[in-house]
Write a protein that binds this ligand. Sequence first.
Ligand code: MD6
Ligand code: FE
Length: 215
Amino acid sequence: MNFDLFADDTPKGRETIGPSAVVLRGFALPEAQSCLALLKQLQAAAPLRHMSTPGGYRMSAAMTCCGALGWITDQHGYRYTTVDPLTGQAWPTMPDAWRILAREAAAQAGFASFEPDACLINRYVPGAKMSLHQDKDERDHRWPVVSVSLGLPAVFQFGGLKRSDKPLRVPLFHGDVLVWGGADRLRFHGILPVAEGEHPLLGAQRINLTFRKAG
Ligand code: MD6
Ligand code: FE
C-alpha cells in the first residue's frame, strides 16, 4: 500500500489492480462539473432512494439509475427493470456525455466498443458503505463494469472470486475511474464506510456511477 495515495493531491495515471482491472486516476476530472449538473436533473426525474436487500436490509447508500435498464433490489430479489418502481416511468435517458466517458474509459482499459445500457448512481454520506458483493445480474459478463467516483474519497475493497478471499484496499478519489472485466469481472468487492469530510464540489458525500451493459 502506498500511503501517498491518501495525500490531498490525488495520484494521476493508471494503476493496475488485477489482470483486467485498472484505476484511471483523474480520468473523469474534466467532466466532473458537468456530471454534477446532469446528476441534479436525473435526480429530479428519478429520486435517490434507499432500497432494501431481498433479506430485508436497508442499503446505506441511496441509489437511482439512468439508461434503458436500471438495477433494483427489493423483497423479490436483484434485477434490472425498464421502469423505475418509484415513479412508474422509464428510467431517465443516460446522458450522452456519460455514455461516451464510460466508452472511452473502457477503451483505455482494453475493452473496445463498450456501449452501456445501464448506469447505477450511488450516493454515500459519511458512514454509508457497500458490503462485499459480486456484480452478476448482467446478461453477458464479457463486458466490463466502469465505475466513476466523485466527491469524498472512499476505500474500495477488491476481493477474490470467493467471499472469504482477503480483499485489497484501493483508495478511490474524486474523478477516478475504475474499469474491470475479464478474469476480474466476478470478484467480490465493496466500499468501506465513508469517512467524515467536506468535498469542495460535493460537500459531505461521495457519488459513484457504475456503467454496465446489462441487457
Ligand atoms: C462504489 N461500486 O464504488 C460501488 N461494482 O460505490 C461497485 O459496486 C462496483 O465500483 C462493480 C464495478 C465497479 C464498482
Ligand atoms: Fe458492484
